[in-house]
Design a protein around this ligand. Structure first.
Ligand code: GLA
Length: 340
């Protein structure tokens, strides 16, 4: 297809602390990472064909999407639902071709789908501010996957700041850069099991939180003493949310004070809460996290993202040989954009 060419890049993200709290307006502390999705785009000029064609280095079948996009959820190949949903949200009518390459592991809790969505939106010509980009791609994710996700993944990718983690207040959707303590490195390590049952279990957990909120009001504002008004599962889900939001606040204080030991302890506590109260870990992740937590030079480790498989994240002393930790050593990176 003759036309102008450009390259866009969207990072993935790793969440340092604050999981399963974004969809109840909580606080989260992710960072955009130096692994991500690149799309080399050729935009048609002149007589515009009403077609988007994307080839991906991690998918055997290309995505061919006719414009304007109609139904999304029954499209095949499955991965084409994500770009199709983005273009449905954008109302895209101008065709283009693109080659997608990714350095992110897919389905591993590092937001490969959000990274693809944001890259596609930029490739299709989105030019608005990061929050608008994130909201659009959050709607696209929900439409493509049917999972009622929060804003964390898309906003951390759209608004990333090189060298910093991001404190996101998911209630007012504001973002504040937070520098990590000096001398630490961040690793993501895969537990060997791809995410499973994430969709339906995720929706169930969100529904449990909403049920708890009908009794004690917004969990973002709830205090510990209200927990006694809940029972069983709802009490445990709410306890996770309330304590996790508190841990994010404490982690920001620890990062600001340069206190990696406290930050790491909070990560360990977060894992226990996600495992025991929120029940989104699996044995393989628990074993990996235990191995990481007992490795010399590791300040703390926890599962990251939705859970049910995928990666753990560890904060480690930067002097430790990366091979002793394994996985990917990740740097806090800038948000998505046009590369050239
Ligand atoms: C997934 C969702 C996010 C968030 C995390 C858990 O990554 O897309 O919105 O809820 O799970 O913290």
């Amino acid at each position: 297809m003759p036309g102008e060419t450009l390259t866009v890049f969207a990072p993935g993200r790793v969440n340092l602390i604050g999981d399963h709290v974004d969809y109840v307006g909580g606080l989260v502390l992710p960072m955009a990472v130096d692994l991500g999705t690149t799309i080399r785009v050729t935009r048609a000029v002149g007589d515009v064909p009403q077609l988007v064609r994307l080839r991906s280095d991690s998918e055997p079948e290309a995505a061919t999407i006719e414009l304007p996009v109609g139904a999304v959820s029954d499209r095949s190949p499955v991965w084409s639902r994500y770009p199709a949903a983005v273009m449905a949200e954008m109302g895209t009518t101008h065709g283009f071709e693109g080659d997608v390459t990714t350095t992110l592991p897919v389905g591993a809790g590092l937001s490969s789908s959000a990274s693809l969505e944001i890259a596609v939106a930029l490739a299709a010509g989105f030019t608005g501010p990061p929050l608008e980009l994130a909201r659009l791609c959050q709607r696209a994710e929900q439409r493509a996957s049917g999972v009622p996700c929060g804003i964390m993944d898309q906003l951390s990718i759209a608004a990333g700041v090189a060298g910093s983690a991001l404190l996101i207040d998911c209630r007012d959707e504001t973002v504040k850069p937070v520098a990590l303590p000096d001398g630490v490195a961040v690793h993501a390590v895969h537990c060997g099991v791809s995410r499973r049952l994430a969709g339906s279990e995720y929706a169930d957990r969100r529904a449990d939180c909403e049920a708890a909120e009908r009794t004690i009001g917004p969990l973002r504002d709830a205090t510990f003493d209200r927990l006694s008004e809940l029972d069983g599962i709802e009490q445990r889900r709410a306890r996770h949310v309330i304590t996790e939001i508190g841990r994010v606040r404490s982690a920001v204080d620890a990062a600001t004070a340069g206190d990696a030991a406290t930050f790491g302890r909070l990560m360990n506590e977060s894992h226990a809460s996600l495992r025991d109260d929120f029940e989104v870990s699996i044995p393989e992740l628990d074993q990996l996290v235990e191995r990481l937590q007992s490795t010399p030079g590791v300040h703390g480790a926890r599962m990251t993202g939705a859970g049910f498989g995928g990666c753990a994240v560890a904060m480690v002393d930067a002097g430790v040989d990366p091979a002793r930790i394994g996985g990917w050593r990740l740097s806090p990176s800038a948000g998505a954009g046009i590369v050239n």
